[in-house]
Ligand binder design. Structure first.
Ligand code: ZN
Length: 437
């Protein structure tokens, strides 16, 4: 039995894969995009969606989320994490390997794939670990994980300190055509710092980690990538010096891409002071200086930063209720990504609407070779409908995520996701109560 066709009428269709920005109808049928054109006649029995005044775009793709299952179901599950994704307009997410057990072998990856099929609301693509147990000592079973569907390898959460192991990981991942995603952190330089090292950390009396703890690892790994002819992707880039290392490497032909998070693009370490040591502003890499933030914004516009990824990192409220120095790193981000980018980048015209959709959808899909990020006829019926003028009021009870550790709680942000479809089926709708302008 086939699904009811969906006709999305009269929206502003923004499709970076074809540089298309035009008022059009979009027809979803049998899981795919059946047509994109002016005034499509509704097929019999079709659901008609009035998209006037709204943007219709290919569903967002997040290369960096922590779904916490297996092992940390008190923080998040694949069911709740993907419900959060759908509510944020994301139709595909890549799940990091730092679960318990770690996704460092085929059975654990197979478990994630199966759970996602049974309980996931959006598409889930697992990322396998680089090293067994994320210990940075022995390579994980990259080949057998690839057979179960991993799309990249990463020890995210920890930097790989051993350069020799990183070289072998890059050589091995290259044989399986997988990108290596680095969490760039030199643990000796970071030295247990809980926020950015600088004037603010000094003032607050908190241990800081210097920007160089990130950028020296980026500088190291682009050189190893050149040596290994590898495909390197730098996760959550947060400093100006890291961007300079990436630009320099590209000039020399190194195959390196990178992502930035909405929080690093919109916030600085001053928030830790302003909020009075609020742990909702504690993440790794930490919020940096305004100089770094401005460099990130410029780099996202000029293409040095390829895409946005949320680094959605749910924690239980009790864990985040600890003292700043003791609380775990990480903030949730799936449900606020679009409004944060509209508020911080689109509205002040730091980014065009075309580029905004590109960095959330078309670019990340391309980086990991995923068949999304386009509304071309025949493409997967993964679509987001959003407003750039309506507002999202972020409340603790409004999240679909199990977690509440968001820096945006109590804030009102411009931009709002209205509806999301995966394979032509609705997976999120704001509903009549919330859909008022
Ligand atoms: Zn990380």
């Amino acid at each position: 039995m086939s699904d009811v066709p969906v006709l999305i009428r009269g929206g502003r269709v923004v499709d970076p894969s074809r540089r298309l920005d035009q008022t059009l109808d979009v027809l979803l049928r049998d899981g795919f995009v059946a047509a994109v054109a002016e005034k499509i006649a509704p097929p019999k029995g079709a659901e008609i969606v009035d998209a006037a005044g709204l943007v219709v775009a290919p569903g967002f793709v997040d290369l960096h989320v922590h779904l916490r299952e297996p092992g940390f179901e008190q923080k998040e599950t694949i069911a709740t994490g993907t419900a959060a994704a759908a509510a944020g307009g994301f139709t595909a997410v890549c799940a990091m390997a730092n679960t318990d057990p770690v996704a460092d072998d085929a059975p654990t990856v197979a478990f994630v794939v199966r759970r996602a099929r049974e309980t996931g609301r959006v598409r889930v693509h697992p990322i396998g670990a680089i090293s067994k147990g994320l210990k940075g000592e022995e390579l994980a079973e990259i080949g057998s994980m690839k057979a179960e569907g991993i799309v990249a390898v990463s020890d995210d959460g920890k930097g790989v300190q051993n350069a020799g192991l990183m070289r072998r990981a890059m050589e091995y991942a290259g044989m399986f055509d997988l990108p290596v995603v680095i969490h760039a952190e030199d643990s000796g330089l970071a030295m247990g710092g809980v926020m950015n090292e600088g004037w603010v950390s000094t003032r607050l009396g908190l241990a800081g980690q210097p920007a160089a703890a990130e950028s020296v690892m980026v500088a190291r790994d682009v050189q190893i990538a050149a040596l290994a002819s590898a495909r390197l992707h730098v996760a959550h880039v947060s400093t100006r010096a890291s961007l300079e290392a990436i630009r320099g490497a590209r000039r020399h032909g190194v195959d390196v891409t990178c992502e930035a998070t909405p929080h690093h693009l919109a916030l600085t370490d001053e928030e830790v002071a302003r909020s009075g040591y609020d742990t909702r502003f504690k993440m790794n890499p930490p919020l940096r200086s305004e100089v770094d933030r401005l460099a990130l914004v410029a780099a996202l516009a000029d293409g040095t930063i390829d895409c946005v990824a949320t680094d959605h990192a749910p924690h239980h409220a009790d864990e985040k209720a600890l003292e700043f120095a003791d609380a775990p790193f990480g903030v949730i981000g799936l449900e606020t990504a679009l409004p944060v980018l509209v508020e911080a980048l689109l509205s002040p015209k730091h980014l065009s609407l075309m580029r905004l959709v590109e960095v959330l959808s078309t670019a990340p899909a391309r980086l990991f070779g995923l068949p999304y990020g386009t509304l071309a006829e025949g493409a997967h019926g993964d679509v987001v409908l959003f407003s750039t003028t309506r507002s999202t009021h972020v409340t603790p009870d409004g999240f679909h995520s199990k977690a509440r550790n968001s820096p945006w709680v109590t804030r009102t942000l411009k931009g709002r996701v209205e509806r999301t479809w995966v394979a032509g089926r609705e997976v999120f709708s704001r509903g009549p109560g919330g859909a008022k302008p």
